[in-house]
Every structure is written in C-alpha cells, then in structure tokens.
Ligand binder design. Structure first.
Ligand code: FE2
Ligand code: FE2
Length: 309
C-alpha cells in the first residue's frame, strides 16, 4: 500500500462520521501505523528546551538556572549570542557571554531566542498543505501562537496557567501537522479540516500531538491544552489552557501570521468571535483592548528574530 494512492483514495471517499473509513478498516490501520512510524522520524526536541519546560514548573526561574542549563549546549550558546547581537535589542556594544546577555537583554528575551533557535530545525519545513507561508510560515505561526498564549496566560492570572507552559503549548500546538502533511495527497489544500485529517489517517492533529508529546515526555500541563486546542470545552482539567490556545490561534489567524496571505496586524479583532473562550477565561471587554495591544506589540518585534536565528 503506497501512501499516496491510499491517501488519494480516502480523499475522494465520503467522510466517515467517526473518522474511520468504513469500507476498508485494514487499510486504515496500516496508514495509522505509517503515521506513528513517521513520528519517530521527527527530529527530537532540543533537550535544553525540555529542561526549560521542567524548570518552568518551579516558582522561580533564575538567571543562574538559565545559565546552568544553556551552557550544556555550546552550539546553542553560540547561536544565542549571535541573535542577541543582531541589533534586535538595540545594544551598541557586543554581548560576549550569557551572564552579560542576561543583564543586557533580559531573561525573558533570551528564553524566547532559545525556543526560537531550538525549534527552527524541526519547524522550518516547507509544507504542501495547511496554507502556511513556504519559507518559515509554520515556525512563525507556532512561535506567534506561543507568544500570544503566554501573554494571555499572564493577563488572566486567576486562571492559574503558567506563562512559560502556555508558551510551550502554543509553540507545539500544531506539531502533528509536520507529520500529517505527508499523508494528505499531492494536491495542496490551504484549509484542512480535522475531518479531512481523520478521513486520511484515522486521527487528527490534536490527537496525534497528544501521542507525540507523550513520546517526548512533555508534562500533561502542556500536552493537555495542545490535545484540546480545537475543542477546549471538552478539555477537562486542561480546559482553561486549551481556551488560551484557542484564543491565541484565533488572534494569529485573524492577522494571517505565518500564512501565505499577507500578514496584517492592524486588523481589528471583534471580541464577539471569541465569546466562549473569553467566558472560560473570565476576560471581559475592559481587558480585551489591552490584551490585543500587548499581543500586537510582542508579535511585531518578532520578524527580526526569524531573520537572524
Ligand atoms: Fe495553529
Ligand atoms: Fe490546530
């Protein structure tokens, strides 16, 4: 059974209600197996990032913690210093070491660079489907949703979601698309519904992401929201984290961040579109404008990061 012919066949068949093609369950099982095999081929997430994820669960993430973890990967340190010196942070003098970088551009900015640099290899992949910009679209989309999710988590502290974890959930929310892209046929689909994914391989990118993150030992506080970013109300304990992701990706989509269509962050985003998420997060009209303003500010500084990482 070749992937292309099987996928092509499923594409034309009517969409099954439960995601399992009725007529040939055996064939479907083979495809699902192939998908899970492809997961093994994904480059592993940089181990430094995984240590960050662990550290993020602690109350304080100190400069010393950062230094200890980052220095285990000297190649990463070199790239980090290169980005820190790229002019993005308006420094006139050269930054030569991690402690200097922490003082001059701040721990939060440095962490952002580490996440960008560590995910670049895995995420800068040209995809046939999903409508991401060919060059770095998927990576930009993932980083942007991460950044927006972190801001949202910090804007509603009463939800009890850690900003750092929210960022990583956002960064990884669509990671399964990297695998599924190879199973959706050759004709490009700009919009791919969850039903199309299920019809092609028997599971959608939310379910597959759950399996991938489990394999990577990512904690449930991160994988839970990822698994439910398209149906946050069914997220159980992860409902609030998933609502944040749902809102973050909605905002990024409204501005076409990372998509083939040109980016436009000047566009107003009607709050009414996200009434359910807002209610879940306890966000009201009075905070909406400032949330959007914060996200816009933080995303508009990102471009240079991608050019220099
Ligand atoms: Fe997304
Ligand atoms: Fe998604």
């Amino acid at each position: 059974v070749t992937t292309t012919s099987t996928t092509g066949k499923n594409e034309q068949s009517s969409l099954p209600k439960n995601g399992v093609p009725k007529e040939n369950p055996r064939e479907w099982r083979n495809i699902r197996f192939e998908v899970l095999e492809k997961v093994e081929d994904l480059p592993s997430f940089n181990s430094v990032v995984l240590e960050f994820v662990k550290l993020a669960r602690r109350e304080f993430f100190s400069a010393k913690d950062f230094e200890t973890v980052i220095c285990k990967d000297q190649a990463l340190v070199a790239r980090l210093l290169k980005v820190a010196n790229c002019g993005l942070y308006g420094r006139s003098r050269t930054i030569n070491s991690i402690p200097e970088a922490i003082v001059l551009i701040g721990l939060d900015n440095l962490k952002r660079i580490v996440y960008a640099v560590s995910s670049q290899g895995m995420m800068c992949k040209e995809m046939t489907h999903y409508g991401f910009d060919a060059k770095q679209g998927f990576w930009i989309h993932s980083m942007a949703v991460g950044q927006a999710a972190q801001i949202l988590a910090e804007c509603c502290p009463e939800c009890g979601i850690r900003g750092e974890e929210s960022f990583v959930s956002g960064l990884l929310h669509d990671v399964a698309k990297l695998v599924l892209d190879g199973f959706l046929g050759n004709r490009p689909h700009k919009q791919v519904s969850l039903e199309m994914e299920r019809s092609a391989v028997g599971l959608d990118h939310c379910e597959l992401a759950g399996l991938i993150l489990k394999q990577w030992n990512i904690p449930v506080s991160i994988s839970g929201p990822v698994s439910h970013h398209h149906d946050f109300l069914a997220g159980g304990e992860a409902t609030k984290g998933a609502a944040i992701l749902s809102l973050a990706r909605g905002i990024c989509a409204a501005w076409n961040v990372g998509e083939i269509s040109p980016i436009d962050m000047s566009r107003d985003i009607p709050m009414s579109r996200f009434a359910a998420e807002m209610e879940e997060l306890g966000l009201d009209e009075s905070r909406w404008e400032s949330v959007i303003w914060n996200i816009r500010q933080s995303l508009s500084g990102m471009e240079k990061l991608f050019d220099n990482a």
